[in-house]
Design a protein around this ligand. Structure first.
Ligand code: HSE
Length: 410
């Protein structure tokens, strides 16, 4: 018999407890032993639940219970989750989490602590909700050099943009729907401003390349500046604007890592990922492109990944798992404007012929869409070049005025 505990009984925590009781027989069979949920930590009262007897408001009860071997930290945020996780790992208990904010900020330190105590710190639920992506990158693709990862990593923003594009739903209504469905963070600006996707690409980049990438090192934009005209111009190119987290290893050993709305061409599988669905495209030198797709947010998909990690911990109580990365460094992440990418530009022009000929002189080959553009506007895609160079050329353009500029995610 192994004892379990859950810290936090919100959307995810309640899902973890309910899933545990619903599938207890098969979960125990997979873990190879009987399991007991001994504590659920939450400051609120849940007197009517069938497992109300296991609730506690006192973290020390979990810490000091020798029967608890594995704890799910699903509180979110850094405080007190960071301190609690450290104390649990120091006490020799394995911890699993969906808390991407904590893993992105303190992952290297907590993984080192888990290693020193010969216990596990697992976080499959921290990226992509129910989609298996942490294990595949660290285990199944381990023989590859991963050249690039690009993903739709935030279900809330993908849901909002899909609703706005396909149904014309106003932003605020689409956000309210995402919140009501349990997709959004407690503070939805973490979703809308790109911080949640930033934390997730930090975790993937740290995992893929072995050194910690900190959120403050990553250029991050949200979806707030995307307009209906941007969407229409993207459609005219046969693509869509999506919030993308992307990382790539440069030949000089430094990393590119950014989060921004990008034009995703129609031939990319990422273009067709809609609603709350997430997708992570991993480019390996041996595998080529591999894509992971599924529900990236919500109670049950996230609980699925948390409970699976708890099972894995029970099966590996005396053998550490493979997850690890080293501390990062201030110069590890390159300036995002050094990255070589094509830019998708929406602009206003009064004399289209003059604007085109000036663009040709500035950039050489520029691509224009087949589809219809909003009146008085043009849209074009520059050749791939360092982003800083393309922006400098755009600043010289006299016969047109860029309104919105996006990288192209190919
Ligand atoms: N708020 C997050 C999202 C939840 O919308 O993707 C899952 O991490």
């Amino acid at each position: 018999m192994q004892g379990l505990a859950i810290m936090g009984h919100g959307v995810v925590g309640s899902g973890v407890a309910e899933l545990f009781f619903k599938n207890r027989a098969s979960i125990q069979a997979r873990a190879g032993e009987a399991l007991e949920l001994r504590h659920v930590l939450d400051l609120r009262d849940f007197a009517d639940l069938p497992y109300s007897d296991v609730f506690t408001k006192d973290f020390e009860q979990i810490l000091n219970d020798p029967a608890v071997a594995v704890v799910a930290e699903v509180m979110g945020g850094l405080t007190p989750a960071y301190e609690y996780t450290k104390r649990l790992l120091e006490a020799g208990k394995s911890v699993v989490t969906s808390n991407k904010e904590l893993v992105a900020a303190k992952g290297a330190e907590l993984l080192a602590l888990a290693k020193a105590r010969n216990v596990n710190y697992l976080f499959e639920a921290s990226v992509g909700g129910g989609i298996p992506v942490i294990r595949p990158i660290s285990q199944c693709l381990a023989a590859n050099t991963i050249t690039e990862i690009a993903g739709i990593l935030n279900g809330t923003t993908n849901y909002i943009m899909t609703k706005m594009i396909t149904d014309g739903t106003p932003f605020a209504d689409a956000l309210a729907e995402a919140q009501q469905k349990g997709y959004a963070e407690r503070d939805p600006s973490a979703d809308v401003d790109g911080h949640d996707a930033c934390r997730k690409i930090c975790i993937l980049a740290s995992l893929a390349y072995g050194r910690h990438v900190y959120p403050e090192q990553v250029h991050t934009e949200g979806i707030g500046a995307i307009t209906a005209d941007d969407v229409a111009c993207a459609r005219a190119f046969g693509g869509a604007v999506k919030l993308i987290g992307r990382t790539r290893l440069q030949a000089n050993g430094r990393l590119q890592c950014m989060v921004a709305p990008m034009l995703v061409p129609g031939e990319s599988p990422l273009c067709h990922v809609d609603g709350v669905f997430n997708a992570v495209l991993v480019r390996g030198d041996a595998t080529g492109d591999v894509m992971f797709y599924g529900r990236g947010a919500g109670k049950w998909p996230t609980a699925s990944a948390v409970v699976a990690d708890m099972i894995d911990c029970v099966k590996h109580l005396k053998a550490r798992k493979y997850l690890f990365w080293d501390e990062g460094a201030p110069d590890y992440v390159a300036d995002w404007t050094d990255e070589t990418m094509a830019l998708f530009v929406r602009a206003v022009v009064s004399d289209p012929a003059a604007a085109e000929s000036e663009l040709a002189a500035l950039f050489g080959q520029v691509d224009y869409p087949q589809g219809q553009l909003p009146a008085g506007q043009t849209a074009f895609i520059t050749p791939a070049m360092p982003i800083a160079r393309a922006r400098a050329l755009l600043a010289q353009w006299q016969t047109g005025k860029p309104v919105n500029v996006f990288c192209v995610c190919d």
